[in-house]
Design a protein around this ligand. Sequence first.
Ligand code: GLC
Length: 719
Amino acid sequence: MNYENRINELMSRMTLEEKIGQLQQCGPSLVGSFDVDVEELMNMVFDGRMTKEELMALLASSKRDFHEDDLRAGRIGSYMGVTHAETALRLQKIAVEESRLGIPLLFACDVIHGFKTVTPIPLAESCAWDKVLWEKTARMAAEEATSAGIQMTFAPMVDVSKDARWGRIAESAGEDALVNGAYGTAKVRGFQTDDPSRPDALSACVKHFAAYGAAEAGRDYNRVDMSRLRLYEEYLPSYEACVKAGALAVMPAFNDINGEPCSSNRWLLTEVLRNQWGFHGMTVSDSNAVDELVNHGNVFDRADAAKQALEAGMDMDMASGCFIENLKVLAESGKLDVDALNRAVADVLRVKFTLGLFDDPYQTTTEREAAALMSGEKRTVAREAAQKSIVLLKNNGVLPLKAGTNLGIMGSLADNRDEMLGTWAVDANSQTCVSIVDACKAQGILYTYFKTAADACASDCDVILAAVGEKKTESGEAASKVSIDLSAEDMEILKTLHDAGKTVVTVLFNGRPLAISWLKENVPAIVEAWHPGTEAGSAILDILFGRVNPSAKLTTTFPASAGQCPMYYDHINTGRPGGKSKFTSKYIDAPIEPVYPFGYGLSYTTFTYSGLAAKQQEKGVAVSVTVANTGDRAGDEIVQCYFRDPVARRVRPVQKLADFARISLEAGEQKEVSFFLPYETFGYYDQSMSYVVDDGEIIIMVGGSSVDTIHTNLVLART
Ligand code: GLC
């Protein structure tokens, strides 16, 4: 749909102040005036120092007008952090019915992995390698969020993340560009549908553009410095995939790239995003990021920050106030590129038209909201997502547990609903979550919950389930760590149980890869549950008792130590890749191999691969392989297709994911799986930034893990 005429006509009637007002997004602290700083309130809820109910009571008691004069004067274009239909509708009514031009507001919020019905954190759900599931959970989140008056989510986050120290790896789809791109594309489809004007369509906002996951030393907000080659090959493709999928918004990242902060990076926001990728949506800053250009040191003051950001390609200013405070004076004094201002306003209006807000600004009702939240099949979807995100890392045969197993349970995380939500579940009610203990009670499982390891050791339980790992606040934003080890308390529990000869099944709750070498060596079974969301306990018991066969595969490498970070599968060979000699690329105090590699995950059945063939065709390479289920029960397998270009004009990774497929096989069943790899798959940027595809040998590797593949070679000869 083309809205340009309607946009131009409306803009011809807008005053300078009304134009600038469209670029102002009020953060939570501007949604209303509170006695206490809202940011602090949000942190208190995140940290568990305040329950949501206490916060809501405080809001109800202290909120006053939502800057209603600003709304009537057209000085606010959007709010973030409004999460109730009643509030959104009241604000919208003022904007539409009491302002001069009646331009509708855009309500945005962080709906990252569910709204009220919470699905596993993105890093977990990415381990499902399931595009259908990814789209389905996004659609469910959109149904809930739009019912509450939200029209844009600050998701998907597709920052390729190769460093376990970085807390926001929890929000990503892991270390691979293709997986992040596939995940993000599915999310854009699920949020927006093919008709973004639908009342239940939610605008995606792809973030954080760009390469935020490459923060030096894994320290959040830190610098990002890399070649254009690497940026284009490893870090930009996931955002580009989402833009090509039709994402209506993009959020520039807090970090700089090679000295240019993303928020004022003209090359990134105009040359790449708009000129190269053809993006016609809107950009919205990260929270206060325009103001933070002053800290970065590439602008003189807030006014200069507003100018540099707007002229570089930033359309909307989240929460900093730099735009609303400075653009008018800059424009009137001839110090602002007015074309940039008009571009920004047109971008914002285009998204509002596309979302149908001009035709129907009140896209929900409180009745729709009440009917939508946590209703119908939403818990079933959340449970399925958790089942498919749980990675079986080790199993010496103790799993699946038999019915009637006398189960001991240890670890506070086994009986904590709130921690199951994970990071960025900003509006969920933890009391609706199901913990492991809740699930045991609901399912009549024979269990004993032990507070001390001594009691567990003295018991006659057949198996002790040890729930260990991270609280939800130990990952996510501003949660980088220098250690990715389990806590001393967790290790104490595990070693006490081990030394007592107890049969232990470890369930990990975490938002990042953890260094679990000791577990791998000493514990019979390890189940990676991440932070699985609303139906955590139900899904975990489904896996433990074998009602569901685990199928998830890691999308992030598990290092042996933080000292190895960043660690990832698609590494280069180096000139001294390994072998008997001392003088090879390695550590003298840690292995060079990961504890668990990218693409790895076990099942209760087994799969074999055979008959791999790769044939050159006119526009690419056709790959086929036969996968057989050689075990005694049905299962899903994630078939991974990698390639290596052993000789090129520059060094290339030893392995790169080219495609993947999730298949279901009955016991004894086999299927032929096919991939078609266009020639561009094998290409790379040369030093002059030309994208080249060489003729010559290519190695194709296919298997159920990056380290367990069968190979075939072929020689590309396209001429
Ligand atoms: C935060 C995050 C961003 C989020 C935004 C709004 O600082 O960086 O991911 O969408 O602010 O909450």
